[in-house]
Design a protein around this ligand. Structure first.
Ligand SMILES: [Fe+2]
Ligand SMILES: [Fe+2]
Length: 367
């Protein structure tokens, strides 16, 4: 962090702009041309950097990717594959087995999703630094407890996976042919019980490993939570992309965003395999989705239904939803907060996250 503070302070220096500009691939040639034309080097080299709005959007996305990485790491330690690509933890056999009821490859997918998130924030931070902008570091907020179950590391966390209130309305949102959240529409949850309490998505300790329907309910909760998280990213990237200015920043958002969509669709398919059951310890019900909601929850309908977009005067179209850009960053913070992910976090954490979101939402609105 010291290093980054130094960088940000140095942005007023003409020399440092020049130095950084020359260090970035491609910028050297531009600078040479400038001198040949006798143009003021300061302004031109500065233009190779980021606008405040682009930097704010990238910084907010970096923060969210760090938070995503933190939660995925917890899933990987207990239910994924712990290896040199995604180190940490030693796995929980009972939890991993329950997750595999949803798909025999769940551990591989958890591992790969975790690695993807790590690369998302690492890349965005490196890109920010290459442009002389501050990267994001949330280390001082790693204060939440780890699971006490065998297999998890005992380290400070950013996110809480043990008191989740998972909104599964993404399921019916993508099934509707007549509604769109961008029109103010709301959608019923596929698993109503998950909205009526706080439930663990990882075993909190070894007592959570039995009875069988309890650890399966925890694995089911995780399965629906995976899709909840990734459908959020699926909307966030296109929502924010509409307000970036530099084509390269747009390219970053357009290239990372759809990987969230790949994750989402995989996870929705797996969540559809979560067995119907009632958790004997808390009464949480996972319904038979093929019996309860008609086509809206039919488990093999995982591709988006066409729906209204932009205006009702247009024909329906198969799209990501929502993608409205106004307030998109703050909306993401609210959704994750409502999810229970940040239960136990400090006021300072919420203030910091809201500040990043506010700055991102102000981009290109006079900011
Ligand atoms: Fe991501
Ligand atoms: Fe993601």
């Amino acid at each position: 962090m010291e290093h980054t503070v130094h960088l940000s302070k140095s942005t007023t220096s003409r020399r440092s702009f020049l130095r950084r500009g020359l260090a970035v691939g491609g910028a050297g040639a531009i600078s040479a041309g400038l001198f040949a034309n006798g143009l003021p080097a300061f302004a031109e080299v500065e233009s190779g950097g980021l606008t405040p709005g682009d930097a704010a959007i990238l910084r907010f996305l970096s923060a969210l990717e760090i938070l995503e990485t933190d939660l995925w790491q917890q899933y990987n330690e207990l239910g994924g594959i712990q290896d040199s690509e995604v180190p940490g933890g030693t796995g929980s056999a009972a939890y991993t087995k329950a997750l595999k009821v949803l798909d025999g490859d769940m551990d591989q997918y958890i591992h790969d999703n975790t690695e993807d998130e790590f690369t998302h924030f690492t890349f965005i931070n490196a890109y920010l630094m290459s442009k002389g902008a501050d990267p994001v570091n949330l280390d001082k907020f790693r204060t939440l407890p780890s699971s006490k179950a065998t297999g998890a590391q005992d380290i400070g966390r950013l996110t809480n996976l043990m008191q989740l209130t998972v909104d599964t309305s993404y399921w019916t949102k993508y099934r509707s042919r007549t509604k769109n959240p961008d029109f103010g529409d709301t959608f019923p949850p596929a698993v109503p019980g998950l909205l009526k309490g706080q439930f663990p998505a990882i075993p909190r300790d070894n007592n959570d490993l039995s009875p069988a329907d309890h650890i399966q309910a925890i694995a089911n909760t995780a399965g629906f939570h995976f899709a909840f998280i990734e459908q959020g990213g699926t909307s966030l990237y296109p929502s924010l992309a509409q307000r970036v200015i530099h084509p390269e920043v747009l390219r970053i958002l357009l290239s990372i965003g759809p990987t969230e969509t790949q994750h989402f669709q995989t996870w929705q398919d797996k969540a559809g395999n979560a067995p119907a059951l009632t958790d004997p310890t808390n009464g949480l019900v996972f319904p038979d989705l093929n019996a309860s909601g008609g086509e809206d929850t039919q488990t093999n309908l995982i591709m988006p239904e066409p729906t209204i977009f932009l205006s009702r005067k247009f024909p329906v179209v198969s799209i990501i939803r929502p993608t409205a850009t106004e307030g998109a960053a703050m909306g993401a913070v609210k959704a994750l907060t409502d999810d229970g992910l940040f239960i136990g976090q400090s006021d300072e954490f919420f203030a910091f996250l809201r500040k990043l979101a506010k700055q991102a939402d102000a981009a290109r609105h006079g900011g």
